[in-house]
Design a protein around this ligand. Structure first.
Ligand code: GLY
Length: 555
């Protein structure tokens, strides 16, 4: 009897099971996840800690906060609580794309005349230190989209600073590169050059001062940074190097919310950072100058394509210099700049065989860190953070392990404007103003769902890099890893009109020259783009091999 029943069971089971599954198909499909937890960052340790938070049920915002704080300690050349940044977030439930501007700000007592005397020696480098916005920005993100307690999000970074973290390849490379300048900064040699040499890849480093600051922030909240002993030490350090910063500058620091810039391109909606970012506007210009079909037909690796976008980028850089300043101090007519008629006139000026020069200007930065996160509810964060140059102003608040930014160096010197025939820059130093930035945090949507979050690091190359990766994803249908790894062009601000990658084919250089370009090679790259691919069915998220970052997505 039992055998008979068993036989019937085995006989019927496959058919019954198939019928059952077919009946359930719509439900099964609906139940398969649309979105996934994911993170991409230049700091492998930041990826690890953010992935743990996502696994514990943290939101994309929680993961971004963890990643930014961990990266600030493990990748101190590029970002930290002594700096600031921008972010774009998407709240899937509210279908809301939001922008947080936590850029460093000029102190109320800023002396603009000093900025014409750059470069400033170390004794006056405090003038370049902006009032830091990093922690206020992360606090604002948490208030808006956080799920876990803020103190829990600070702890992984505190632990990394207290117990130690492995030196990443990128950090090692930067220590080798900047050894002479950084070794002499009080408090940095003992952490990063113990034994007199740059820390080797994998060497364990500790930063007890930073651990002390983060413990205070964990226990007493973000106010512990902006008031009290940490704020006093920060201000004293800047003032000792000429800054007019006061305690009131820190106390009064405010995060600003802004409206994103958005456009449609190749059946996607691309949203990015508005001024005081110039990067977002530069990306928007490029997407409005060209049609995806036109670019696709030229072929990604062709000199025709590379020249076309180089021309578009040079136009965008010139617009940046002529028209962009802090929108709270200066009318910035983004709508007018992106007006379709204006863009079509510019497009008509771009020819396959002619190259427009760009008046030389000196804006060179090497710091900055981009990270992106997504969660299984379809929320997404794209965050770029910076202390400007490597190790910022190279001023270290030793007791608290805080590297001070030199973000105010992003204000444009007057001599640059002379080349443009302008008497003053819209991006001139002013008390309380935020300097224009290249940072380009971006989110790409398809049919109302967040599909990708991306952005990059590398000063003036950020916007041009992010623009090329957006085109790789949307016009050339590359997956994220292909999109970030593909060769790029760079638009230098002096001497050459374009630079190609170190290993790029000489034939490309030859053909670009025939189009009027003055071609150089990008010998050394501190630029990188990270892409989070938020949809569960999409290709994995990707980190740029140029800075040895990492990416992780839930299985
Ligand atoms: N300091 C880098 C940037 O904001 O573009």
């Amino acid at each position: 009897m039992a055998g008979k029943a068993l036989g019937r069971y085995f006989y019927f089971t496959p058919l019954v099971l198939i019928a059952f599954l077919l009946a359930q198909l719509p439900e099964l499909e609906a139940a398969s996840p649309l979105y996934r937890n994911s993170v991409a960052s230049e700091s492998p340790r930041a990826v690890l800690e953010a992935s743990k938070i996502l696994r514990r049920g943290g939101s994309a915002a929680d993961a971004a906060i963890v990643a930014a704080l961990v990266a600030g300690g493990t990748s101190p050349t590029s970002s930290g609580i002594g700096g600031g940044g921008f972010l774009l977030g998407f709240d899937s439930k509210k279908q809301d794309t939001f922008v947080l501007d936590f850029r460093e700000t000029a102190p109320a007592g800023l002396d603009a005349s000093v900025f014409e005397e750059r470069p400033l020696g170390v004794e006056r480098s405090g003038h370049l230190v902006g009032v830091p916005g990093e922690l206020r920005g992360l606090q604002a993100l948490h208030q808006r989209a956080g799920r876990l307690p803020f103190s829990e999000l600070v702890e992984p970074a505190r632990r990394a600073a207290a117990d130690g973290f492995a030196t990443s390849r990128h950090l090692h490379n930067m220590l080798v590169w900047a050894e002479k300048k950084v070794k002499t900064v009080p408090g940095l040699a003992s952490i990063y050059f113990s034994g007199g040499r740059p820390a080797a890849v994998g060497a364990r480093l500790k930063n007890p001062g930073l651990a002390r600051s983060l413990k205070k922030v964990r226990d007493d909240g973000v106010d512990a940074f902006y008031q009290g002993p940490i704020a006093a030490a920060f201000v004293a350090q800047a003032r000792a190097h000429g800054s007019p910063m006061e305690l009131s500058d820190l106390k009064n620091y405010q995060v600003k919310t802004r409206q994103p810039l958005c456009t449609n391109f190749a059946q996607h909606r691309v949203c990015t950072m508005p001024p005081p970012s110039a990067g977002g506007l530069m990306l928007m210009e490029l997407l409005q100058l060209f049609q995806p079909e036109e670019l696709r037909s030229l072929g990604h690796d062709s000199s025709a394509y590379q020249h076309l976008i180089a021309e578009g980028m040079r136009g965008a850089i010139a617009d940046r210099l002529r028209y962009l300043g802090d929108p709270d101090f200066q009318t910035v007519d983004t709508k007018g700049l992106l007006d379709p008629q204006r863009m079509s006139l510019r497009r008509s000026m771009i020819s396959a065989t002619r190259t427009h020069g760009l008046p030389s200007f000196g804006l060179e930065e090497h710091g900055t860190h981009h990270l992106a996160t997504s969660d299984s509810d379809g929320n997404i964060v794209s965050l770029t953070t910076t202390v400007n140059r490597l190790f910022g102003a190279k001023l270290n608040v030793e007791e608290y392990g805080i590297i001070q930014n030199d973000e105010l160096d992003d204000f444009t010197p007057q001599k640059v404007m002379t080349a443009f025939g302008m008497s003053r820059s819209p991006n001139r130093p002013r008390p309380g103003a935020r300097p224009i930035s290249s940072m380009t945090p971006t989110i790409i949507f398809r049919e109302g769902q967040a599909r990708y979050a991306l952005g990059g690091s590398g000063g003036m190359t950020i916007a041009t890099n992010v623009s090329q990766v957006v085109l790789n994803l949307l016009a050339f249908s590359m997956n994220p890893q292909e999109a970030v790894s593909a060769d790029r062009i760079y638009i230098p601000t002096q001497q050459e009109t374009v630079r190609i990658e170190k290993g790029a084919d000489e034939q490309l250089a030859k053909e670009l020259r025939a189009r009027g370009e003055v071609v150089g090679r990008q010998k050394f790259s501190t630029t990188a783009v990270q892409v989070v691919s938020a949809q569960a069915a999409g290709a994995p998220s990707a980190a740029d091999p140029r800075k040895f970052g990492g990416a992780w997505s839930d299985e």
